[in-house]
Ligand binder design. Sequence first.
Ligand code: MG
Length: 387
Amino acid sequence: MTCKPKNVAVLGSTGSIGKNALEVIAASGGTLRVSVLSAHTRLDLLIEQAIKMSPDCVIATCDETASSQDWSRLPANCELLVGSKNTEKVVRRDDIDVVVAAIVGSAGLQSTLAAVAMGKTIALANKETLVMAGPLVMGLAQETGANILPIDSEHSAVFQALRTGETNEVKRIILTASGGPFRHHTQKQLESVTVAEALAHPTWKMGPKITIDSATMMNKALEIIEARWLFDLPPDQIEVVIHPQSIVHSMVEFIDGSIVAQMSPPDMRLPIQFALHWPHRRDAIGKQLDFSENMDLQFEPADRDRFSALELGMEAAETGGTSGAVLNAANEAAVARFLNEDLSFKDIVPVCQTIVNRHSFESAPSLERLLELDRWAREEVNRWVHT
Ligand code: MG
């Protein structure tokens, strides 16, 4: 019996997750097929990817960049769609089986929601979707039967470890954090952190936004909120531990005290492959752990006073409602200002804290309200002047 390949739409194909997803698809022995690719501004790379992977269509989400691009090398049988609304339209197509949601930031929310509304399988890399609108997204997934499979390495680890027990046997989940490049920095040293220093992550090679988020620990804060909705666990059942080697990707503790951990070298292709082939496993395409050499695994408590972003993440996971959307938007805008050398590193988290505290909270917001607050929080960050 030959099985029809699964058709995959890779939204955000030119970013770090998108590129890794295409490697996983290329190594799938024909069981996965790219049918849609989307990119925002790296359109030369998008065309290269289209030549290599033969999708049915590509989407250029930024009208302005698309209009000045030379499309003559795009394969003749590949349709070109321009404009971000097309990602929402395309994921609704009947022939799409799996959507890789890898558009960075809140820009990925609408297309992910459209895929959830259609009951598709979503390989979710865009954590902002759940951070902003966790209850809406998970509620809709329950109605439509959409499977939301995490690509975030920590959540993939938890998802895998959860398969060893029953939901009512889970005591807590333990998210690991590398601690980023500044985990031993003093407060004074943090004041002079440069963009180049913050972009040098010790264990993971990722895009600029998530690398800065790792350095501030805001990435872990967002992951706490993501886990809260994805696994439907209250924040007091979510813990964070510092693990500098990034070998243990996260753990689940069961009520009998057993802790199940998922381990592998840090390589995003593994969680992507797990999600794309779920519920089956496939042969490894990356390096595997080598126990013929000495290996040290360290774990350190994550000090919430020192890493104030964690406290902020726990609070937003606890209060729910509009908090996650405001925190996420404030952080995106603050990181953009830092990358632009217009805000100091040590101010990123306090700016977010101030704006979350200042917003008018709602416990059960509509999507429109969340998008409104997303805009408001960005404006507030851009008006923010250090005093
Ligand atoms: Mg992660």
